[in-house]
Design a protein around this ligand. Structure first.
Ligand SMILES: Cc1ncc(COP(=O)(O)O)c(C=O)c1O
Length: 720
């Protein structure tokens, strides 16, 4: 390992408990020098004891000050401050400690980051660049040619990228950032010259509109990915004016409509414990405008959030960092590493216990590691696991029979994941349309519902109304139509002589736990029968007891022409799914029409058979029927101002949050901190789908925590 790598290793390992603070006693680059006393004010506000209470070994490394006498012009002062600061940050890094720089105005960033870049540069070998996430209302990318005021606090980013004022770009030997590793967040005030420069260089700017649209969490995640990608480490520079002045008024140049302070604190937990975070800088706090110390409180909170990395969390951070480094970023992942599960509980790698209120989107209805399932799995794993479907095995025949009995269908086609079962259904209904119904070749249509979720293959996203699932994946598959969910008349209007099938989830899960009006499915059944259109229900999430009946369509007394099952069919152990249908539909399939190497394998079939037996013997559908209304009543009885609606059936429950006041995603993070595992859908709805073995007492415990978290968010939300 070379010297730099060794140094980074030390810095990473020690970061949690070894922080050096440097104060910049200068506002030389800014219109008013108030920020020069910011470090003193933050120390007086209790920054040191707050960090010490987190177990951090924090050292005050002293001030960087303008030269005595104060006669220099601002440019000379900033140059001198930057040179001094660069030396400090470089030497702090070299000693394996974590630099925390308290501005000062934002011109100090020149010194902070040039020192860090130099610390990362190896004596020999390829350059190891620094990434930078710059959170700010402004672009700070002026050059003397584009600046109206000529003030240097509007120029540091341009200087760091090697543009503009020569004496400043030359600081620390001309060390510079590479634009592809730099991004800005929260920008809403800028001039055309600086915007042009950043655009020309290819710096990614997440303007405030994008933050509002996508949420800070998602934007920050993308920004960190940019700053980490191909770099040795990354830095975080926070200008407090990025925050909405309603929350943080004491800043040098406030700009309205910024990031909410609570959202920033919550989102920055992503940075906490990141082993590649090299340094933190926080600037432009102006104590004279902060008589109530509200902005100081936020500043201290932000710093504590980023630095809070107790030693036992380091291993967690390393694991998360590894997944981040080597995995594709196609999931929004909450910051917890689960290592064990039993019943309704999960444990993380630090031994903390959680109540699982999501059960892997209903796949773990039996509870984690049900002893009967682990026994069958282990026994069958020792006996026979896979032969392919060109041979018979001893468990599949019995599984197919049970699936037909449960669904009231004639034949079943086994596959692995839910989307494969949906694909099998789509192919089968199309072939039925051509060979039985007489639809002309290539003309078959399938009607699906707006807001559906049936998986994410190309054909399936072609049915989706969610832009993110479709955009960028074209050309999409033709032959699909969309109607509003819950509107039987719209279905009838959409049917043509070429319509093969109507595909519908009895309750839309991913779409937001949307429950159709009573009798909807029965009306659809009648309409489909009248027009010789197949009714196919996707019960991947709603089936197998989740809503209080074995199939959710039973609530409407409906027997569809085809049923798709998945998730809980594998007992939370293995992917086992199936498409079951009526005789004339399934009869269209000929050998070779469809197949899957693992579909119907004896290991999965043995586990699925046991899973179905447990469902019946432990009366899991009945439990959902009893406990679902109990849970929903308790949630409704909270009568909480942040809750717009509680809806669902059985133990598939959605709590719609008033998004003008709080985000369901933020609530999920807070619930996780309080030991409740769940996930939002589309930021609006908190979803609760616990294992069906949950007890009333556990539901009571969950409701108490949910109420406390919503109260906290309510307190933090501004009045509508
Ligand atoms: C209703 C529905 N259908 C299909 C699927 C796809 O299942 P899988 O993720 O196993 O492919 C899902 C997954 O959430 C689902 O909820």
């Amino acid at each position: 390992m070379n010297q730099v790598a060794a140094m980074l290793q030390v810095a990473k390992a020690q970061r949690a408990n070894a922080v050096d603070i440097v104060g910049v006693a200068s506002g030389a680059g800014a219109p008013l020098p108030h920020s020069a006393i910011a470090p003193d004010a933050l120390i007086a506000h209790g920054l040191m004891p707050r960090l010490q209470s987190l177990g951090i070994d924090v050292t005050w490394h002293g001030y960087v000050r303008p030269e005595a006498g104060g006669a220099q012009d601002p440019l000379t002062q900033v140059q001198s401050i930057s040179e001094q600061l660069a030396e400090r940050t470089q030497s702090i890094m070299a000693r394996g400690r974590f630099p925390l720089v308290l501005g000062g105005d934002h011109s100090c960033a020149i010194g902070t980051w040039k020192g860090i870049i130099r610390a990362l540069a190896p004596a020999t070998g390829p350059q190891r660049p620094l990434g930078l996430v710059w959170i700010d209302a402004h672009m700070d990318a002026h050059t003397p040619a584009t600046s109206v005021t000529g003030r240097i606090h509007g120029m540091p980013l341009a200087c760091l990228l090697g543009h503009g004022e020569e004496r400043l770009t030359a600081v620390a030997g001309g060390a510079r950032l590479l634009p592809q590793h730099v991004c800005l967040i929260g920008v809403r005030s800028f001039e055309s010259g600086e915007a042009q420069l950043l655009r020309r260089l290819g710096v990614r700017v997440f303007f405030m509109e994008e933050v509002m649209q996508r949420g800070l969490d998602a934007v920050l995640r993308d920004a960190i990915a940019i700053a980490r990608n191909g770099t040795a480490a990354w830095g975080l520079s926070i200008d407090l004016d990025a925050i909405d002045p309603l929350d943080a008024p004491a800043v040098a140049t406030p700009v309205a409509a910024g990031i909410r302070a609570t959202e920033l604190v919550a989102s920055l937990t992503q940075a906490a414990c990141d082993p590649l975070l090299a340094a933190l800088e926080l600037v432009e706090y102006t104590p004279p405008q902060d008589p109530q110390a509200a902005t100081a409180e936020i500043a201290v909170d932000l710093i504590a959030t980023v630095l809070d990395c107790p030693s036992e969390r380091r291993a967690t951070a390393r694991l998360i960092g590894q997944e981040y480094r080597y995995g594709a970023h196609h999931y929004e992942v909450l910051p917890v590493v689960f290592v064990r599960g039993r019943g309704v509980h999960l444990w993380d790698d630090q031994g903390r216990r959680y109540l699982d209120m999501l059960s892997a989107y209903s796949a773990v209805s039996h509870g984690h590691c049900h002893p009967r399932l682990t026994r069958v799995l282990a026994r069958q794993a020792r006996r026979l696991t896979l032969t392919s479907r060109v041979f018979h095995n001893e468990h599949l025949p019995r599984l197919l029979r049970r699936i037909c009995e449960i669904t009231g269908q004639d034949r079943a086609l086994p596959v692995n994941t839910g989307l494969e079962a949906v694909e099998a259904a789509l192919k089968t209904v199309r072939k039925w349309a051509y060979t039985v119904k007489g639809v002309p070749p290539e003309q078959a249509e399938i009607i699906a519902c707006a807001g559906n979720f049936h998986g994410r293959s190309i054909a399936i996203v072609s049915m989706s109304s969610e832009p993110q699932y479709r955009d960028g994946f074209g050309p999409l598959t033709p032959g699909f139509k969309s109607v509003p969910f819950g509107d039987a008349q719209a279905l009838e209007r959409a049917i043509t002589p070429h319509t093969a099938a109507f595909l519908v989830e009895p309750i839309q899960g991913e779409g937001g736990i949307n429950v159709a009006p009573p009798g909807y499915l029965a009306q659809c059944r009648e309409i489909c029968s009248r027009h010789n259109v197949l009714l196919i229900t996707d019960e991947v999430q709603t089936g197998l007891g989740r809503t209080g009946r074995m199939l959710a369509s039973e609530h409407d007394g409906v027997r569809p022409d085809g049923v798709i099952l998945g998730k809980a069919l594998g007992g939370g152990m293995l992917p086992v799914s199936a498409f079951a249908g009526r005789r004339d539909l399934m009869a269209v399939l000929q050998p070779g029409d469809h197949g899957s190497t693992f579909g119907g394998n004896p290991l999965g079939a043995a586990v699925a058979l046991e899973a179905l037996a447990i469902l019946e013997e432990e009366r899991l559908p009945q439990r959902a029927a009893e406990l679902g209304p109990y849970f929903m009543d308790r949630l409704r009885a909270m009568n909480h101002p942040l809750v717009r609606e509680v809806r669902g059936r059985g133990l598939l429950i959605g709590v719609e949050i008033d998004v003008s006041r709080a985000s369901a995603r933020h609530a999920c993070r807070k619930l996780l901190e309080c030991g409740i595992v769940t996930k939002d859908t589309h930021r609006r709805v908190l979803r609760f789908a616990p294992p069906l073995i949950i007890t009333r007492r556990q539901i009571d415990q969950a409701v108490a925590v949910i109420r406390a978290v919503l109260d906290l968010l309510h307190e933090q939300s501004r009045p509508a």
